[in-house]
Design a protein around this ligand. Structure first.
Ligand code: C2E
Ligand code: CA
Ligand code: CA
Ligand code: CA
Length: 277
């Protein structure tokens, strides 16, 4: 038993070392990722659930490292948040998505809104609004073409966050509450939150396989519509989910059923050029 315990400990300890080492590697390599142009964005369409037309996109960050290969955002974003690197990276995301959106508009595609994910650490910085303003000005992008996806974690400071949100929306930039339903924002808070969009978390969409779970989605959609918000269902993979969602008046969706997040060249194929007059 003693030998086992010892082995067990050794196993655990080397496991832990490997985890720490991987984290340190990521932290170090991430420092150079922007200048080495290893970061890029992929775009996942948001579609009108009735017409199936692409009406916008969410930009999602990707990292391809020459030695590590693809590192998923689920792995490197928490590291970037822990080390503060998310500030620089997040700013790069905002600038790149704005530049790309403008480029599509100039190519003659109908103006659309592209959303980006914003870490609570970016959001709470004093210079956040300036950063947003600078990104838009430099890209010459209309503020209404940018949406910031924030999570319920910003609600830990409701009053402060509300002030920031008000200023963002006064600029004309849109705000979406991501992963809705997984956090702890109360209905009271939601009611007074200056946002434009509610994004129903994938877990609720997955749960539509169970007919007893439909009430949750129905309730969220009704709530959002009553508050005059756009409702986006994320993580749609099956046709029947679309049927249930549309029956509950949810009009916008995103998910593998329509398209995975794709490179800009591929996304462009999904867009319809504006008719010449
Ligand atoms: P999220 O914001 O909730 O993004 C949705 C995630 O679900 C994306 O994973 C997307 O690829 C995936 N997804 C979309 N449709 C489906 C579907 O039908 N089925 C399944 N199984 N998955 C689907 P991804 O790209 O790996 O991103 C993971 C998370 O990393 C994001 O979750 C977001 O929290 C974070 N993230 C990604 N890009 C950024 C960024 O630029 N900045 C920040 N701060 N976070 C980011
Ligand atoms: Ca998101
Ligand atoms: Ca989400
Ligand atoms: Ca998520």
């Amino acid at each position: 038993a003693k030998a086992n315990g010892k082995n067990g400990f050794r196993f655990y300890s080397s496991d832990l070392n490997a985890t720490l080492e991987r984290k340190m590697t990521i932290e170090n390599e991430l420092k150079k990722a922007i200048e080495k142009e290893e970061l890029f964005l992929v775009y996942q369409p948001k579609v009108d659930l009735q017409s199936r037309e692409v009406i916008g996109a969410e930009a999602l960050l990707r990292w391809r490292h020459p030695k590590l290969g693809f590192v998923s955002p689920g792995e490197f974003i928490p590291v970037a948040e822990e080390t503060g690197q998310i500030i620089r990276i997040g700013e790069w995301v905002m600038r790149e998505a704005s530049r790309q959106n403008k480029a599509w508009q100039e190519k003659g595609f109908a103006p659309m809104c592209i959303s980006i994910n914003v870490s609570v650490l970016q959001f709470q910085r004093e210079d956040f609004l300036e950063t947003v303003d600078r990104a838009l000005t430099d890209a010459k992008l209309d503020p209404g073409s940018l949406e910031l996806e924030i999570t319920e974690s910003v609600m830990q400071n409701v009053w402060e966050s509300t002030q920031i949100l008000k200023r963002i929306r006064k600029m004309g930039v849109r705000v979406s509450l991501d992963d809705f339903g997984t956090g702890y924002s109360s209905l009271h808070v939601l009611q007074n939150l200056p946002i434009d969009t509610l994004k129903i978390d994938k877990s609720f969409i997955d749960a539509l396989t169970d007919i007893n779970q439909h009430a949750m989605v129905k309730t969220i959609v009704e709530l959002g519509l009553n508050l005059n918000l756009d409702i986006v269902a994320e993580g749609i993979e099956e046709e029947y989910q679309v049927q249930v969602l549309t029956s509950h008046k949810c009009r916008i969706g995103q998910g593998y059923l329509f398209s995975r997040p794709v490179a800009p060249e591929e996304f462009e194929q999904l867009l319809v050029p504006v008719q010449e007059t």
